[in-house]
Design a protein around this ligand. Structure first.
Ligand code: N01
Length: 542
């Protein structure tokens, strides 16, 4: 830590997405000396980095924004599911309204941190990404606002480095843009990012080869353009939508239905499902039947409904079993459900070829082709790696932060993530998470958690200040309880039956475990409230 001390802060917030912005604004208003360090050149978090063609949000606009009236009163959305560029503009608008940038250090990547037991402060080393210069910061608190997808996952495919064309991960797409027009494009991966980039690439590419390992049980987005009148109408509903979020499982303006799918007649069940499909978006999932996530028979009913609806759209017979198999590969809805716009029709186009890598894996990449196990050479100009992230924990384990036991997160999380309440980890005093491991995280709409969970974090910091405490650390017994509680909740669900990033199963060598708190946002908030009422004595050493 022999670099120049640049500044001393009460709070250092790492990451400038929804969570980081909320923390900066609120803490600053409360009189803390606080800054965001952000590796990118702008605010927005994933929306800054994921600039691939077609990137857009799967949450509908009314609840994909901050709830403060001052921020939504004059802001109009142009689409129900806004695209990445519009979301970047939204962050610029919020920045201007709240005058955030004066307290943000952009292009600043935090590399390392050490805790001083005498002063109860963190000393952190950061690098200016443009100049390469490194400097030191001291902060009483470090608040991690790293999101679920800050560390891209690059596949370990032999020869990938020998490819002489262009190759981009969706989360590291050139910010200045890249034109796929007229090119032979390969997309590896069919998750949320893959689907979106495939949809756009198919419109302009000379030829598109899609490498699919697992079919995506995607739902129709039902995108629609929004005019001024639509926005004016929507704004009348915002206060109620925002107020409802805290009572829901996933932080949306709707929640699971009360009925069990099996208790309904086939006619009634289909009526409800048809209505959910018409509403579009994620409603058939997070506004549908909760039991589907617990009961295999219930799940099979929903899968069959999805399969039959989807099959009607697949015009190439040889693709039917690959895209919407007779039997599900995994239960429906326990791997992230994506939203699509004509995705299934697009895969049937003449300029698109689907390669099933579960049966015919990628063997290697050469200078100009992707070669599959059967020896076929798929010659391409561009490879798009839509292969996802080392999700939820990847941001933390990438930083050389060592706590009181001189261990990094990479070391501490080797056997699985460990936190008390999804807020802090033993051995890392004064380091707190919003949207961290073992919190609702990816099970919660981002802006909702940024505000509602974020507010609890601010309460913790306020509790410290009001009581003159200078050190807070997770208690080992609280951490053990929280991990066991999450494991117990998870074991009652069907989530372990999918090889998904929710379970850390997408990263070779990563412990397979539920990375989020799966009890739902409303219950999580109640638990945090109870902890606050008890002065956090059970959860933290103060
Ligand atoms: O990543 P993913 P993502 N060889 O992990 C495949 C959010 N998000 O970037 O399923 C071959 O979901 C992998 O195959 P399989 C959202 O929460 C939101 O798409 O593991 N294939 C899979 O198909 C989302 O869930 C939005 O068998 C390989 C794909 O790559 C999360 O981010 C938009 C492979 C990875 O899918 C992550 O989504 C975008 C290999 N070696 C993202 N490695 C919106 O809100 C991986 N795959 C719209």
């Amino acid at each position: 830590m022999n670099t120049t001390l640049l500044e001393e802060l009460d709070v250092l917030v790492i990451g400038g997405g929804f969570s980081g912005v909320y923390q900066l604004d609120r803490l600053r208003t409360l009189g803390y000396n606080v800054k965001i360090y952000e590796a990118g050149t702008g605010l927005g978090g994933v929306w800054h980095w994921n600039s691939y063609p077609g990137a857009r949000v799967d949450t509908w606009a009314p609840v994909y924004q901050f709830s403060r009236e001052e921020l939504w009163r004059d802001w109009n959305w142009s689409e129900m599911y806004p695209g990445r560029d519009e979301l970047v503009r939204y962050f610029e608008y919020v920045d201007e309204k709240l005058d955030l940038s004066k307290d943000v250090r952009y292009e600043t990547r935090v590399l390392a941190g050490r805790f001083d037991e005498e002063t109860h402060t963190w000393t952190l080393v950061s690098r200016n990404e443009r100049t390469g210069e490194e400097f030191t910061t001291q902060a009483r608190f470090v608040i991690m606002c790293l999101g679920a997808g800050s560390k891209p996952l690059f596949p370990n495919i032999p020869g990938l480095e020998k490819f002489e064309g262009d190759c981009f991960h969706t989360a590291r797409w050139p910010l200045e843009g890249y034109d796929l027009a007229g090119k032979r494009v390969a997309v590896i991966g069919t998750g949320a990012s893959g689907i979106q980039v495939i949809q756009e690439a198919s419109k302009v590419a000379d030829h598109l080869t899609v490498f699919q390992r697992t079919p995506n049980t995607a739902l129709p987005m039902n995108q629609r353009a929004l005019g001024e009148a639509d926005n004016a109408e929507m704004k009348k509903t915002y206060p109620e939508r925002f107020a409802n979020r805290k009572n829901t499982w996933a932080g949306f303006d709707y929640d699971f239905l009360k009925e069990n799918i099996q208790d309904l007649t086939e006619e009634r069940r289909n009526e409800i499902l048809e209505e959910l499909w018409t509403n579009g978006g994620l409603q058939p999932w997070l506004g549908g039947f909760l039991n589907v996530l617990f009961d295999k028979d219930d799940n099979d009913i929903l899968y069959a409904f999805w399969r039959d609806k989807t099959r009607q759209r697949i015009t190439r017979p040889e693709l039917v079993e690959l895209l919407a198999p007779t039997e599900p590969i995994h239960p429906w809805g326990v791997k992230r459900v994506s939203l699509e716009q004509n995705y299934f029709e697009i895969l049937c186009r003449d300029n698109v070829k689907l390669v099933d890598t579960s049966a015919n894996p990628i063997r290697e990449v050469t200078s100009d082709a992707i070669v599959t196990a059967d020896g076929t050479r798929h010659e391409v100009d561009v490879i798009v790696l839509a292969t996802g992230f080392d999700s939820v924990t990847g941001g933390l384990t990438a930083i050389d932060i060592r706590g009181t036991r001189n261990e990094t997160f990479e070391e501490v999380f080797r056997g699985g993530s460990r936190t008390a309440l999804g807020k802090a980890t033993v051995g890392f005093p004064n380091l707190l998470y919003v949207y961290g491991p073992q919190s609702p995280n990816a099970f919660c709409n981002g802006p909702t958690c940024a505000e509602l969970e974020g507010e609890h974090l601010i309460q913790i910091v306020e509790h410290m200040r009001n009581n003159g405490y200078t050190r807070i650390e997770a208690k080992p017994e609280a951490q053990q309880y929280w991990g066991a509680h999450i494991a117990e909740l998870t074991s009652a669900t069907l989530f372990p039956l999918a090889k998904s990033w929710y379970m850390g199963a997408n990263v070779p060598g990563k412990t397979v475990e539920m990375l989020m708190y799966p009890g739902g946002l409303s219950v999580y908030l109640e638990i945090l409230e109870k902890a606050a009422a008890g002065g956090y004595q059970e959860q933290f050493e103060l």
